[in-house]
Design a protein around this ligand. Structure first.
Ligand code: FAD
Ligand code: NAP
Length: 527
């Protein structure tokens, strides 16, 4: 078969893929980008459900690497909406002139390593055959929605909407009876909007979640100026791996009274940033319990019906061991007459019928079903592609017992392959745009070194990978994360190995920088 030769294939046109493609082109490489969506934006292209917003303040949830992009964009709100973030992604794509590098509406289906040529043979669902020296999978940690698999799905007469693949035309909920299934961030953000329009909403809850108030507001000119003044400090923190916010010391040892007072910061609108300001929140049971007690006390304040309030109070996992949600009016929405909570612990979903959803207890007649079931996180987009490394070994087989890789970026036995925000990197535990930047810049540094020395092949040392996987596991074992049935642990997908997917250590960027400075001691170069 005739294959078109390029230097690099970059899969994904989210923030990570766009940056990777831009850097490689800048250095003179022949890059082919491939993206399943019709345009750029990744997460923000697909997740158009009402109420979708970032949970990291907009001023921080943006590229840090380009002065031109940052100073030419003006965020309007503390937590930007999906349309505004997508507009920003388009602004970046325009400034970088990125679209000509991409084939859109095209999915990479297979990538096989050609050992004789030191190249990746890449196939797409549009029949294109490529051969590339490097393959960069910027395919997103949260890009494969979990599909509903209840019996009877095809029987339902009305629309079924998946939050992670929301239609582009506005959905009219007016006068409609709606089922929202799931109570993760996507449901928590969309429920208040759906409930404000719909005739009736039934929320199907299996596990209640902790959600913190966004206290969203327009960004004032003063706040913008203050951010710009502090920018050099933030940028330095991003590049060096310093925390970037002032933190209490790790050995902070408050009295019970001090602790109860301190955890109130969770309600100050800082969202996820406020969780970072509680030392050892995900390590120390006493500290975590105090935070859980405080949030539950707030839920009880907000929800009028005490029985309902208890059902909305999470008790089965420590706070922050699932990504905490950041909401606007989530809990008070349950005070509306048109919203009911269906507690799936009292009767699980048995089937979807022509008229709605039937649980073990009752049947709920609805006009629209919204599935907010989450994602096959961190590994889903990678294992859905038929990736085969040395000796034709499939990645799915290499990862049978869980994803084994070095720094979330490279897999032993799969040379010249880089993944962005992969398992074993902090990825979804931090600001994911910045996590992507760190990985893109590292991959770029490796590729640049190879060009400088005329090398054609790079692979991670198997022993170094094993040591890293072991380190990631041990770091997680020292925390409360394993106690939650979370997507961090792979627990949301039946049959997925139960391992902590993101790296919890705070030293990741320091390690990346050290690896670059030491000329990549864990990597083996040839050619
Ligand atoms: P993505 O944006 O996921 O882009 C990956 C792209 O790869 C997708 O467009 C996908 O179509 C494409 N792709 C995948 N597989 C293939 C294939 N085989 N062939 C072709 N194309 C493929 N993070 C935060 O830090 N803060 C937030 O506030 C935040 N909010 C979020 C809200 C939602 C609803 C979701 C789902 C995630 C959110 N995240 C947030 C995480 C978010 O995914 C990242 O912040 C960031 O946008 C990821 O960018 P990315 O480029 O790495 O991946
Ligand atoms: P999620 O957090 O995984 O939530 C999925 C929900 O669906 C959970 O309540 C889950 O219940 C439920 N569920 C899954 N399968 C089910 C089944 N078979 N029966 C009944 N209920 C089922 O997914 P998400 O809300 O899409 O969020 C995923 C991540 O994306 C977030 O953690 C965050 O990182 C990111 N995100 C961020 C924002 C933001 O605020 N910017 C918004 C959306 C998403 P269980 O808990 O019992 O499994």
């Amino acid at each position: 078969m005739q294959r078109r030769e390029v230097d690099a294939v970059v899969v994904g046109a989210g923030f990570a893929g766009m940056y990777m493609s831009h850097l490689l082109r800048l250095e003179g490489y022949d890059v082919q980008g491939i993206e399943a969506a019709a345009d750029v934006g990744g997460t923000w292209f697909w997740n158009r459900y009402p109420g979708a917003r970032c949970d990291i303040p907009s001023l921080l949830y943006q590229y840090s690497w380009s002065e031109e992009i940052r100073t030419s964009w003006k965020w309007s709100e503390k937590y930007a909406t999906q349309p505004e973030i997508l507009a920003y992604a388009n602004h970046c794509a325009d400034l970088l002139d990125i679209r000509p590098l991409y084939r859109f509406e095209t999915r990479v289906t297979a990538a096989h390593w050609d050992e004789a040529a030191d190249r990746w043979l890449v196939d797409t669902d549009k029949g294109e055959a490529l051969s590339a020296r490097f393959l960069i999978m910027a395919t997103g940690a949260l890009s494969v929605p979990k599909e509903p698999d209840f019996p009877g799905l095809d029987r339902f007469k009305g629309p079924q909407l998946v939050t992670g693949r929301w239609p582009h035309d506005p959905v009219d909920f007016k006068g409609k009876r709606v089922a929202v299934v799931g109570t993760g961030s996507s449901a928590i953000q969309s429920l208040p909007h759906i409930a404000a329009e719909a005739l009736q909403v039934h929320v199907f809850q299996r596990t209640p979640n902790f959600s913190l108030p966004a206290l969203n507001a327009p960004i004032s000119d003063e706040e913008r100026a203050a951010f710009e003044a502090a920018w050099p400090f933030y940028k330095q923190a991003i590049d060096t791996g310093e925390p970037g916010v002032e933190l209490l010391p790790e050995d902070w040892d408050p009295s019970d009274e001090e602790l109860a007072e301190h955890v109130k910061i969770l309600w100050n609108g800082g969202g996820l940033v406020s969780t970072v300001q509680i030392p050892r929140l995900t390590k120390d049971e006493r500290i975590n319990d105090a935070a859980c007690d405080f949030v539950r006390s707030q839920i009880r304040e907000l929800v009028n019906d005490p029985v309902l309030a208890e059902k909305l109070c999470p008790t089965s996992f420590p706070i922050s061991t699932k990504r905490a949600c950041v909401d606007t009016d989530y809990y008070v929405t349950y005070n509306r007459d048109n919203v009911t909570l269906v507690d799936l612990n009292e009767g699980a979903i048995e089937e979807v019928t022509a008229r709605g959803i039937r649980t073990a207890d009752a049947e709920y007649d609805v006009d629209i079903i919204v599935w907010a079931l989450g994602f096959d996180a961190m590994t889903g987009a990678l294992t859905r592609v038929d990736i085969r490394g040395e000796g034709g070994t499939p990645l799915r087989q290499a990862w049978y017992a869980g994803p084994a890789m070095w720094m979330g970026m490279m897999v032993a036995g799969f040379p010249n392959l880089f993944t962005i925000t992969g398992p074993g990197s902090p990825s979804v535990l931090m600001n994911v745009i910045l996590a992507g930047e760190h990985n893109v810049e590292f991959a770029n540094a490796v590729i640049e070194r190879m060009r400088a020395r005329g090398e054609t092949r790079v692979a991670v040392d198997a022993a170094a990978q094993e040591a890293w996987v072991d380190h990631v596991r041990r770091e997680a074992e020292g925390t409360l994360f394993p106690r939650a049935n979370s997507w961090y642990m792979g627990a949301n997908i039946p049959g997925k190995p139960r391992v902590m997917l993101p790296y919890v250590g705070m030293d990741y960027k320091l390690r990346l920088n050290a690896a670059v400075a030491a000329d990549f001691p864990d990597l083996r170069f040839e050619g």
